[in-house]
Design a protein around this ligand. Sequence first.
Ligand code: ATP
Ligand code: RIB
Length: 304
Amino acid sequence: MNKMNTITVIGSINLDRTIRVKQMPKPGETMHTKEIFSAGGGKGANQAVAAKRAEAKTNFIGAVGNDEAGEMMLELLKEEGIGLAGVETLEKQATGQAYIIVDDQGENSITIHSGANNTFTPEHVEEYKELIEASDFVIAQFESTLESTIKAFKIARKANVKTILNPAPALEKVPTELLEVTDMIVPNETETEILTGIKVTDEASLKEAADQLHQLGIEAVIITIGSKGAFYDVAGHSGIVPAFKVHAVDTTAAGDTFIGALSSVLKNDFSNLAEAIKFGNQASSLTVQRFGAQPSIPYKNELV
Ligand code: ATP
Ligand code: RIB
């Protein structure tokens, strides 16, 4: 795994506001917090940070609002060394924000205000076409407009650039137009059930769900299964790559770290998928042991 990839992430940038509590509040309940903090987040931005910290050349296509949160997020992403030529600052828009509650079991509950992430258009994407065409992989999620993701994936497909879709947060109906230009899909267990109608409980049901996703024309399927690791199915090969055994305190951005790190070492023909998953599992096993999204994402020198 020597060559590092060039990755373009299209998607969300959020400022995360995290509240730590002993246990999740019930409806109507008032409780004291253990800690509150703000940090960089957004599925797209987290994936870009994970790829860059794993030493991939990383570009971002997306938007922030013309406000303090936007300035803060641009500064954080610039410090990472992520290419920001494709990031717009949109007038009269608020930067995306996420309100996150994390309990002592490491469970979280997240509410997102999309703001500028939802205002980004296919026309913007067209302007940054060259970034996509010069990439090894383009990665997208569902926290920004579907139309821009479809546009980005179509540009990628035309240029023989592989596309990776993280269908999160889950959508009831994913447009066929998008799935047709998706080369690899990476849902978690819940997203898999929503996409396929199959509850994944064991390797047989994971395989059944993967087969259904292949039937939509998707070449490679990875289903992340939390502390159990990740299931993969590509080119007639499938299996589970186990997670690292660690004590999780906050799983925010576990899936994002997995995808960013994995994509930094993945070969264009997916021939090293199991090995790349092991790298993704290791990176996310560090993320879950720390609080926050971007502050918890590991650097290459922390990984073997
Ligand atoms: P999140 O929404 O919390 O960011 P996700 O639901 O998208 O995560 P998961 O399947 O929970 O994704 O986790 C992604 C990857 O993170 C797993 O495949 C695994 O490698 C790692 N991971 C998650 N939870 C744990 C854990 N408790 N211990 C070790 N590794 C974990
Ligand atoms: O996947 C984690 C991310 O989801 C958080 O950083 C938050 O911003 C939400 O988008």
